[in-house]
Design a protein around this ligand. Structure first.
Ligand SMILES: *Cc1c(COP(=O)(O)O)cnc(C)c1O
Length: 384
């Protein structure tokens, strides 16, 4: 297959020339926020394990025990024999946390969005998506065959304009947004979006991958807007909950339909019991100590205060540098000082918006937060 290798080689060379080639970097995680790469220990500000629960002794023990008792894998789709009883326990807990009738667990957050959206909309329907929403929302929308239209980031006026222009031509309409934006850390105005959706008969899907466990006592970004009606509350077990897997919470009818028709549920192997057990243990810990959920945002605020940036509203703070090269150079300079802050480049963020994306965790010492802030001040001073 010489043409295949030639294609791959040329494509890589073109990406390399634009500083857009990416490389995997084997990383071991240690206690707290410490990771090890190439034999070097670094303090990571790039993990999404906001509460450090992936390392918690009770979460690890729950996963280990489930693997020992029930096996390492689920062995089949949930609709065949892969529906371990732990999954329905987990779904009840998630529905309770989100205040919905029911929930459905998927193999990952990506699979959840890739399955949910095409189950609910198709050709003849309309999907309106925030410009900065996560890649898996776009993937789900593209798979659906519906008309996909982007609205300006966190701009309800633009959404309203598009609903007025496009809604009547479509049978069903779905509006999708991140609750907490993964690369910017800001929060969607879910109350205003919910209002618009009700006025125009559109279904609101909020992806709370970065909100669950860290906002509103752990209930997530939707709970910041008690009057918002969010019929589709999607999220992940893989970030603050320290495990792996995805979910969507909603009404019994919607969840029953997803369990019958969502292709990423029907045609994919069920989540391993160990992942469900770990997520359940994490939810127990959060419920027992909701104050813990406030620590990551408090650390982020310490940082934004020190740098005189707008106050953080989530554990994620972007420091936008512009070009991919400048983001890579800044990341390398921080690494030399013992910090792991991975550069985020297009197409994960828009062209010209490459950045350091800093993720704060309950495992960070205040000292480390201040040292990182000062290192970034020095870096900016050096760059100008
Ligand atoms: C990480 C992420 C996902 C994907 O979740 P996984 O469980 O990692 O597949 C979906 N949406 C957003 C906003 C995310 O940040």
């Amino acid at each position: 297959m010489r043409s295949l290798d030639a294609f791959a080689g040329e494509k890589l060379a073109a990406l390399e020339a634009k500083s857009l080639r990416r490389r995997l970097s084997p990383t071991r995680r240690h206690d707290g926020a410490v990771v090890e790469r190439d034999g070097k220990r670094l303090i990571s500000f790039s993990c999404n394990d906001y509460l450090n629960l992936s390392q918690h002794p009770l979460v690890r023990a729950a996963a280990a025990e489930a693997a020992l008792n029930y096996g390492a894998g689920a062995a089949a789709s949930r609709l065949v024999t892969g529906d371990h009883p732990l999954l329905s326990d987990l779904e009840k807990r998630l529905a309770r946390l989100k205040g919905t009738e029911a929930a459905c667990v998927f193999g990952s957050g990506y699979l959840a969005n890739a399955g949910v959206i095409p189950t609910l909309v198709g050709p003849g329907d309309l999907v309106l998506i925030d410009a900065l929403a996560h890649a898996c929302i776009w993937a789900g929308a593209q798979l659906s065959g519906a008309k996909v239209v982007k609205f300006a980031h966190n701009d309800p006026a633009d959404l309203e304009r598009l609903l007025i222009a496009e809604r009547s031509a479509a049978r069903h309409a779905l509006v999708a947004t991140d609750g907490v934006f993964s690369m910017d850390g800001d929060i969607a105005p879910l109350d205003v979006l919910s209002d618009l959706c009700q006025r125009h008969d559109a279904w609101l899907l909020s992806d709370d991958a970065h909100g669950v466990g860290v906002l509103a006592g752990g209930r997530g970004s939707g709970a910041l807007f008690p009057n918002a009606e969010i019929p589709l509350q999607m999220g992940t077990l893989s970030k603050a909950l320290g495990s792996y897997g995805g979910y969507v919470c909603g009404s019994q009818a919607v969840i029953d339909l997803l369990k019958t028709r969502a292709r990423t549920l029907v045609y994919a192997t069920g989540l391993p019991p160990a992942s469900a057990a770990a997520a359940l243990a994490a939810l127990d810990l959060i419920e027992a100590d909701p104050a813990m959920t406030e620590i990551p945002v408090a650390k982020a605020r310490r940082f934004t205060q020190r740098l005189a940036l707008p106050e953080a509203s989530s554990p994620i703070v972007p420091v936008i540098l512009g070009s991919a090269e400048s983001a890579l150079a800044a990341s390398a300079r921080l690494e030399a000082q013992g910090f792991l802050v991975v550069a985020i480049r297009p197409p994960t963020v828009p062209e010209g918006m490459a950045r350091l994306r800093i993720a704060f965790s309950a495992a960070h010492d205040d000292d480390d937060v201040i040292r990182l802030a000062d290192a970034i001040v020095a870096l900016r001073g050096g760059a100008s």
